[in-house]
Design a binder for this molecule. Structure first.
Ligand code: GAR
Length: 199
């Protein structure tokens, strides 16, 4: 299954996917293209280092639908069948999401539905929660919304700030995301209503 990975930043989750691919544990998933909505980000270097095609589609100054049409065109050129949002910091509208039914997944550094949006680990610290974590979910047209596929919890420690908590969450995220992508690619995820099961 050909995958398109959408990124906006440092791309440590992309790296986890590239490492899984190199180690043979992403198959039958195959990263066909990486698209960044921001130029010059480290994720683009990671894709290039792994010899994966990388494209910048800057969202700035574009209507959402026009931006999404550009994404869809590049994904189509590369034969992409499923999309992974790996630190992609734009909300996609139904115009895009409806083109990939149950074939877009996102990773988010909180135990959703708590703390959607930016700086989720800092939100968790500010609220004084004792457990935080990562959620991988199917994507609908809402902010960090859609049926939950998998979660992993980590403790929030007394001296945590957003950064230290995010680092602890990412250790789990880098393990969980490639695992879910592999299950998606091999057709082992089923979704009934909002309930997702893995065979
Ligand atoms: C990741 O922790 C991801 O969960 C988060 O951005 C980070 C990107 O890191 N995504 C969101 O907050 C989505 N709402 P990375 O670029 O190093 O993979």
């Amino acid at each position: 299954m050909k995958l398109g990975v959408l990124v906006s930043g440092s791309g440590t989750n992309l790296q986890a996917l590239l490492d899984a691919q190199a180690g043979g544990t992403l198959a039958p998933g195959e990263i066909a293209v990486v698209i960044s909505n921001k130029p010059g980000v480290k994720a683009l270097e990671r894709a290039a280092a792994a010899n994966v095609p990388a494209v910048v589609i800057d969202h700035k100054g574009k209507e959402r639908v026009a931006f999404e049409d550009e994404l869809l065109a590049v994904l189509a050129v590369h034969g992409v069948q499923a999309v992974v949002l790996a630190g992609f910091m734009r909300v996609l509208t139904a115009h895009f999401v409806d083109r990939f039914p149950l074939a877009i997944i996102n990773t988010h550094p909180s135990l959703l539905p708590a703390f959607p949006g930016v700086d989720a680990p800092a939100q968790a610290v500010a609220h004084g929660v004792k457990l935080a974590g990562v959620t991988v979910h199917f994507v609908d047209a809402t902010l960090d919304g859609g049926p939950i596929i998998a979660q992993a919890a980590v403790p929030v420690l007394a001296d945590d700030d957003g950064k230290s908590l995010h680092t602890r969450i990412q250790r789990e995220e880098h393990r969980l995301l490639p695992d879910v992508v592999q299950r998606l690619a091999s057709g082992r995820l089923t979704c009934k209503g909002r309930i997702v099961r893995a065979e």
